[in-house]
Design a protein around this ligand. Structure first.
Ligand SMILES: [Zn+2]
Length: 679
């Protein structure tokens, strides 16, 4: 939508161009009408704003609107520093009779190539790291939605226009993680439209006037994803949560050589831990899922007792600890089974409710479709009491760490539950209340560490470790494969060293876990050999990618026969070699700061992946075109810099690295790691 603006510089009036194309942002206001109605008014619906410029400061002022009233004003103020401008926004004088509900600011149109990558952080499907998604911008219609995301991993998006062209970046600097989301659309011709949409706290004093509780930075730069992350990192480092996370004692986690993400009975999850520790001398962390009596996804948050009874379970944990293992156990931190008898004792009063009174719930376990887990708000005292009871049992068993599922990627956004005392709508109550709940757990169980799903920056100082399954993204068919879609380790580039991050779905033989309580037979019976034969590199790619990104080495559904059967000797050797290499290089891969990776030249390969999730019913093949050597560049706390490279393929691979800190070339043996130190 075009609207002329006039730049006031002394006495000179200068015409400028459409929303954002001149570097100036627009906005959108949403008035709430009842439980579902919304009246949307954009800056383009106003008369031209007055633009005042003094040195590096710019002030945009819009006045009067037929619906909002003659006395309505909206003001955006920007301060320019180099290629970046930092913006604030406020408005006042709404006399429409409807309250302000949401404000989208800034809304900027930035130039985009006909086809180019969008860097963002979705919240679904384990997506708090960076997605680089190829967008065919030219084929889109103006206003067409490209993505809408809570962006839990980091609050910036970037339009990457490739070498020789400017890229464009928008961040939201909000250390409170107020409710909101990025919206990316096709803008005017040749432009992408980027916006942050803020969900307001709906209190009477905000109905007519409001000032956004964050600044937003718009920046033009030359570079790719890493340059954008490095820019955001400079701000992230100034937050108290970053400092609190970095100052923690991480010694219990730093020594871990390998995570085993395993499910089921002690008889199957403990022996591989003991075997690997004996073979390598390294500490294993067991992330123990589905230990409880009922079927997964059933009767949450009431998990206790364990399948084989409390005494046996406690003895099993003590056996693990005596072996030197780190022990972590699964709970879900924010869902309640609405089909369980306990639901009537506080379920509905605990849910995160939408404006229309509905809430999200899902039968995640497709083999158990009669049980739906509902997402809860941070204000859920009766749920918290139940979780505390569960943690008390588990802490008594001696577990080192409690995993609280889903908080890292889902505990965001507004809530309109009328039973709650927090202000209705958006604001920071959701993250504030979840943080208060986690602080309560820590205070009640000092010494017990906490872990969660994905890497949410709002909780970077609350969780000591995070499971991240992004290194297995190809197996989620809906995400896409390279070169059209690739994950990049943005969270590590910003927050590496703040918490331990581990995880993937890498299974040595690609055979999913089967819970004996499920009502259906496993579809893969009789197909085990083809699952391995048809996807010979899937395990190595998924497994190697994590440590290459600075994650702790991890395996999924790892059983004793994977360590002892000669059929898996090559994979087991790669697991052992990787864990030993990681352990020797923790000053980079656990403690270090990620540096610009530069560019690495090596052969590429087309890799088939089995699209198999935890609740798999069939297998579909996806193919991804990948470099045979993964790498990143790191600086240790003492200032030492090095590149870490891994060849995941089954052939020797030549490589040539050029990065600002480290460059070199060589040949890597099959399934091998190397550290290249700066000269
Ligand atoms: Zn609530």
């Amino acid at each position: 939508m075009k609207s002329k603006r006039f730049l006031v510089a002394g006495a000179i009036l200068v015409a400028v161009t459409a929303v954002g194309a001149d570097g100036f942002p627009g906005f959108r206001i949403e008035l709430f009408d009842g439980k579902t109605g919304t009246v949307s008014i954009a800056s383009g619906d106003f008369a031209a704003p007055t633009v005042t410029q003094e040195g590096e400061r710019t002030r945009l002022a819009w006045k009067g609107h037929p619906r909002l009233g003659d006395g309505f004003t909206a003001t955006a103020e920007g301060v320019r520093s180099g290629d970046a401008t930092s913006w604030t926004f406020s408005c006042a004088g709404n006399s429409s009779g409807l309250p302000l509900g949401r404000i989208a600011f800034p809304v900027v149109d930035v130039p985009c190539a006909d086809k180019g990558y969008l860097l963002h952080s979705p919240h679904a499907g384990g997506g708090t790291m960076g997605w680089k998604k190829l967008i065919d911008w030219k084929s889109l219609k103006p206003g067409q939605l490209v993505c809408s995301t809570l962006s839990p991993g980091f609050r910036f998006v970037a339009v990457l226009n490739g070498e020789g062209r400017d890229s464009h970046y928008l961040d939201v600097r909000d250390a409170k993680s107020n409710a909101g989301r990025f919206e990316v659309r096709k803008g005017s011709a040749g432009h992408a439209r980027l916006a942050w949409v803020h969900d307001m706290p709906l209190v009477p004093e905000n109905a007519a006037a409001y000032r956004l509780p964050y600044t937003a930075t718009v920046r033009t730069y030359r570079g790719d994803w890493f340059e954008a992350a490095a820019f955001y990192r400079e701000w992230a480092k100034t937050t108290s949560r970053f400092a609190a996370a970095k100052s923690r004692d991480m010694s219990k986690l730093r020594d871990i050589g390998l995570w085993m993400w395993n499910r089921g009975l002690a008889e199957t999850v403990i022996p591989p831990v003991e075997r690997f520790q004996k073979d390598t001398g390294l500490k294993v962390a067991l992330d123990w899922y589905w230990w409880f009596k009922e079927m997964p996804g059933t009767f949450y948050p009431d998990y206790w007792p364990p399948r084989k009874g409390a005494e046996k379970f406690k003895a099993d944990v003590q056996r693990l600890k005596a072996s030197g293992a780190f022990t972590q156990v699964y709970l879900n931190g924010m869902t309640w089974d609405e089909d369980a008898p306990s639901w009537k004792d506080g379920g509905i009063e605990s849910v995160a409710m939408r404006r229309d009174g509905t809430y999200f719930s899902c039968a995640y376990n497709r083999f158990n479709p009669d049980h739906h887990l509902a997402n809860l708000c941070g204000e859920a005292p009766r749920f918290h009491s139940r979780i505390m009871e569960q943690i008390a049992h588990l802490a008594d068993c001696g577990f080192d760490s409690i995993y609280l599922d889903m908080i890292g990627c889902n505990a965001y956004g507004p809530c309109f539950n009328p039973a709650h005392r927090h202000v209705p709508g958006g604001g920071a109550h959701m993250t504030d209340d979840f943080r208060a709940y986690l602080k309560g757990v820590k205070a009640t169980f000092p010494g017990v560490l906490l872990s969660t799903e994905d890497c949410g920056e709002a909780y970077v100082d609350m969780f000591d470790s995070n499971i991240s399954t992004h290194s297995s993204y190809e197996r989620h068919g809906w995400i896409g494969t390279a070169p059209d879609m690739e994950f990049v380790p943005v969270f590590q580039a910003v927050y590496h060293g703040c918490a331990a991050v581990f995880g993937n779905y890498a299974i040595v033989d690609n055979v999913p876990y089967w819970d004996p309580r499920w009502p259906m037979k496993p579809w893969w019976t009789g197909h085990e050999e083809s699952l391995r034969r048809d996807y010979p590199d899937q395990f190595a790619v998924e497994f190697a990618r994590g440590p290459a990104w600075g994650l702790q080495p991890s395996v999924h559904n790892f059983w004793l026969h994977h360590a002892t059967n000669a059929a898996y000797a090559a994979e087991y050797r790669f697991i052992c070699d990787t864990a030993l290499f990681y352990h020797d290089n923790r000053r980079f891969l656990f403690d270090g700061e990620m540096l610009n990776p530069g560019s690495l030249t090596c052969a590429k390969a087309r890799v088939p992946f089995a699209e198999v999730s935890v609740f798999a019913e069939k297998v579909t093949t996806r193919t991804s075109e990948l470099p045979t050597v993964f790498h990143n560049v790191w600086r240790s706390p003492s200032g030492e810099t090095a590149a870490i490279l891994v060849n995941w393929s089954r052939q020797a691979q030549a490589w040539n690295l050029k990065s600002p800190a480290v460059s070199g070339e060589g040949v890597l043996a099959p399934r091998a790691w190397v550290r290249l130190s700066a000269k």
